[in-house]
Design a protein around this ligand. Structure first.
Ligand code: ADP
Length: 213
């Protein structure tokens, strides 16, 4: 794990929260939010930038055609997934369109927050190589067996489906290597609170000393 962060390049001070499926990201994000962190959910932003009537959706239709729309004119995610599946050129094109829009929307949300610091929840932060976009990478971690068990109980999906998602995500070791801070979520939920509290205090301190506000 690294030392404290350098001055924030893009205030407010932003912690990127990541972790594999079922590791506890949403649970941890709620604990930070109740303490006053400004939580931004990158997946939610990614849906907003391609909502009906947005420049994002228009750009996607221009690039991939109307076959990516459902009969109501909304983005047909399954159709888009099929289109870029095993086609790295199409996937890069898609990312080239979406990523700048998503980060612009995130920067906008950051600029309007009144919170002392932001917690940006990005499930695929390490996979997308976007660590440089945040001041600090916080990985919530537990053994894969617990991830499987908790995600299965939450979503009611099959072990095969969970396995496929796990395989599409970065291996645990790679994610931990990218971490500045690690939040161990292998114990009962009650153990999370004091760990979150300790991190929150550090982030408040750093937000006060590294931001230019
Ligand atoms: P993620 O957002 O990373 O997919 P969640 O926060 O939704 O993970 O957690 C997955 C499931 O496991 C949820 O149902 C959550 O309530 C539960 N959970 C999270 N942490 C713990 C824990 N320490 N002990 C038991 N269950 C947990």
């Amino acid at each position: 794990m690294s030392q404290g962060p350098a001055p924030s390049r893009n205030p407010p001070f932003t912690v990127g929260l990541t972790g594999g499926i079922g590791s506890g990201k949403s649970t941890v994000a709620r604990l930070f939010e109740t303490r006053g962190a400004g939580v931004i959910d990158a997946d939610q932003v990614a849906r907003q930038v391609v909502a009906p009537g947005t420049p994002g959706l228009k750009a996607l239709v221009e690039a991939f055609g109307k076959c990516i729309l459902d009969p109501q004119g909304r983005l047909d995610r399954a159709a888009l997934r099929d289109l870029v599946f095993r086609n790295s050129q199409a996937r890069h094109r898609l990312e080239g369109i979406l990523h700048p829009m998503i980060w612009e929307a995130i920067d906008h949300q950051k600029s309007t927050t009144k919170a002392p610091y932001c917690l940006l929840v990005v499930p695929l932060l390490v996979e997308s190589g976007m660590q440089h976009r945040v001041d600090r990478v916080l990985v919530v971690d537990c053994p894969e067996a617990l991830q499987r068990q908790r995600a299965g109980a939450r979503d009611g999906v099959s072990p095969q489906q969970i396995q496929a998602i796990l395989e599409a995500q970065a291996p645990r070791g790679q994610r931990l290597e990218a971490a500045d801070d690690i939040l161990d979520n292998s114990g009962p939920p009650g153990e999370l609170e004091p760990r979150v509290e300790a991190l929150h205090r550090r982030y408040l301190e750093w937000a006060a000393t590294t931001g230019d506000r």
